[in-house]
Design a protein around this ligand. Structure first.
Ligand code: ADP
Ligand code: TRP
Length: 340
């Protein structure tokens, strides 16, 4: 057979990864397993990599300038401590690329109200008592602009963001059908393991900053013990045999323990009887496992935060590279719709 492998084909096959996290508080285990870990892992795959701190998005909920600035540095230090490499990825702050807000406007004009009204995350936020601004309502348009501004093809996120990415696909399609082929269609990518795509919170619902049920990645000592202590259990005695799938602590242990060890604990809980571990034992093991997993990164984070000027310099270098791409895409979009 004469399979053609033109350079053109290989070029289009090379993915552009992009994702962002809001600096809306201290990053938690859900952000780690659902997002940061996959972002770092994607660096091993060929292609281009764009990752950013979504500070424009965070303005919808953070209303204190100093807090926002602190959160941005915290998130940058967290990423770098956990293995994000600003040499291999373009790592930047969203607001350093104002072209994204211009693209947001262009997309807003092709977005129906109905599309935004169906957004789960908007409805959730309302249900949780957040007073909505127009910015919160149009949040998915800004997110679509983030994605489309870099010709991204793969967007690694946790499950809760899938709908937003589908909205970005819709906006790209609407714009392209009105003005011609301008935007590239992105696809979401979830973590390979389903439990990592939706990490439970300390109260059993989805872990989220906005639900106050989150565990900070670098929590340690007494505070870590106290947080793990909050994971709900029941009053059954250790000796009573239990279905491990009904024991919430196992959802957390599964994130940290290897299969052999996890299987062993599950087997002992299922068997019950004398010597079966109680919930207290499982909690002690979970605290140890979290501690061991994050201790090296915890130390690196502290060092990075000691030199905020260096963090700022890294973000500025990333911004320059990001702006180059976003400017080209903005120009393509403005030309197509007659703005220039
Ligand atoms: P939060 O819900 O705490 O505000 P963000 O919306 O800032 O978190 O999420 C940033 C990234 O982390 C997104 O990719 C999101 O899908 C992922 N993420 C957030 N919470 C979880 C979770 N509980 N499980 C898996 N991934 C999550
Ligand atoms: N909305 C995302 C979140 O809360 C953050 C985000 C903003 C994002 N822009 C993005 C994620 C673009 C992926 C791609 O987690």
């Amino acid at each position: 057979s004469s399979d053609v492998c033109s350079s053109d084909l290989t070029e289009t096959a090379s993915p552009t990864f992009l994702s962002g996290i809001q600096p809306s508080g201290r990053p938690h285990l859900g952000n780690y397993f659902g997002a940061i870990r996959q972002h770092v892992a994607s660096l091993e795959e060929p292609g281009e990599h764009f990752f950013f701190i979504a500070d424009y998005h965070a303005l919808t909920t953070i209303h204190d300038a100093e807090e926002l600035r602190t959160n941005v540095r915290e998130l940058a230090a967290t990423y770098f401590a956990l293995g994000m490499d600003p040499e291999r990825a373009v790592f930047f702050r969203q607001s350093d690329v104002p072209e994204v807000t211009e693209i947001t406007w262009m997309l807003a004009t092709v977005t129906g109200m109905g599309l935004l009204e169906r957004a789960h995350s908007y409805k959730d936020k309302l249900a949780n008592g957040i007073k909505p601004s127009v910015g919160l309502f149009t949040y998915p348009i800004l997110m679509a602009a983030d994605i489309l501004a870099y010709d991204s093809t793969v967007v690694p996120v946790g499950k809760d963001q899938i709908q937003h990415i589908e909205m970005a696909q819709d906006m790209a399609t609407h714009f392209n059908s009105r003005f011609g082929e301008v935007f590239v269609r992105p696809e979401p990518r979830l973590p390979a393991r389903d439990d990592m795509a939706k990490v439970p919170g300390l109260d059993g619902q989805k872990m989220s900053k906005s639900y106050g049920n989150d565990l900070w990645i670098f929590e340690e000592g007494k505070k870590l013990k106290k947080a793990v202590g909050r994971i709900p259990t029941d009053s059954r005695a250790p000796e009573e045999p239990k279905d491990p799938d009904g024991v919430m602590l196992f959802e957390f242990l599964a994130l940290f323990l290897d299969d052999d060890e996890l299987g062993d604990w599950r087997g002992r809980v299922a068997a019950g009887g004398e010597g079966a571990p109680g919930y207290g034992h499982l909690k002690v093991r979970l605290v140890e496992a979290i501690d061991a997993h994050f201790a090296p990164a915890r130390a690196r984070r502290a060092e990075l935060l000691d030199d905020p000027a260096e963090l700022d310099r890294i973000l500025e270098r990333g911004a320059e590279r990001a702006r180059e791409r976003a400017t080209a895409v903005r120009d393509r979009a403005s030309k197509a719709c007659g703005l220039r």
